[in-house]
Design a protein around this ligand. Sequence first.
Ligand code: ADP
Ligand code: MG
Length: 372
Amino acid sequence: MDDDPSVGGGAVGKAGDTGIPPMDEATIRAALARLTDDRGVLLVPNEAVTGVVVEGDWVAVVLNPEQVPQDVLPRVHRHLAAAFPGAAIEARLADRVHRGGAGFGIGRHVVAVLGGKGGVGKSTVAINLALTLSAMGAKVGLLDGDLNAPDIPHMLGVHPRERPSGVGWDLWKTDVTPPSRWRRPYARFGLEVMSTGFVIAEDQPPLMTSRLMVSALLRHLIFEVAWRGDILLLDAPPGTGDELQVMVRELPLSGAIFVTTPQDLAQMDAERTLTLLSEHGVPVIGMVQNMASLQCPHCQGEIDMFAQSSRLADTGVPVLGRIPFDTRLSEGADRGEPLVLGDVRGLVAGEFARIGHLVRRWLANRDAVEGR
Ligand code: ADP
Ligand code: MG
């Protein structure tokens, strides 16, 4: 197992080998000087470009938020992608990083797994769904974004050799980190894995309550890690507090999956999150009803675990699947052996396969819309 993330994960070829027109600060600035709106007005004045970082076939362009509106980023990206075909382009403005597409690159998606409450099964669903998508042939990363309870490493049996000794990375630096200095994620069961738990020491949580810190850390874990996956599942923090606000506002989320129990109280909290998502234009893929029922060990009949609420379904959120209560899910979590791997043909794995198909279809549609 490759459990030793090292610096230098970014695979970057040399410009010139790749047939990309020569890229350097001058050619990038010259290309931006040709980007105008319908009336011929220059969109990015030269002095609004505060930084250009080129490394091989990768370029980051940093723009001044005082001079350029945020919605120009996709246009800057498209324009440079056309001028330097084959190059990896990053357009930055304040807290925003745009790499094309809906997520963190063209055809590369960040999907948040969230729910109003803690303990409803977000991490359990995120892990088993990630493994299911991976078994279907997708390249999948799993980012544990729960700052107060980074459970993913434990549930996957990933135990870094080194304890985090505090914030290992300088989250406050403003300069751009090129791909040669990105960290490699951990590898486990064919997934790429990163966790806030690898970056912050357990005895440092108070630091993380700051909204700016949360934002810096999550952006860092998305943009300065050499993810190779096409789908990055983000196990999101609970609640509608600061963390979620930051996430929804600043992270490139392609869509969100809700995890709830059938209980009205859990769905009420989820409803608040739903409002926040729609305010910020993050589409909802659907919901997973977890701990939906229990099979009676004697008569094999279905027992409802909670009073069944239809609150979320009534708002039009489609149900992607229903996961029963199954003690093997929690036992497996404690052993670091997710159930979909242990019981490939079982009922729970079957339900995750259904959810996986629906998620892939949804993302393919999202790409089609984005590409138009
Ligand atoms: P969250 O990430 O929302 O806080 P977790 O995924 O950590 O929730 O789940 C909370 C607890 O419930 C864990 O101990 C987990 O193993 C257990 N659990 C989650 N889903 C199920 C299920 N369907 N059946 C049995 N136990 C479950
Ligand atoms: Mg969790």
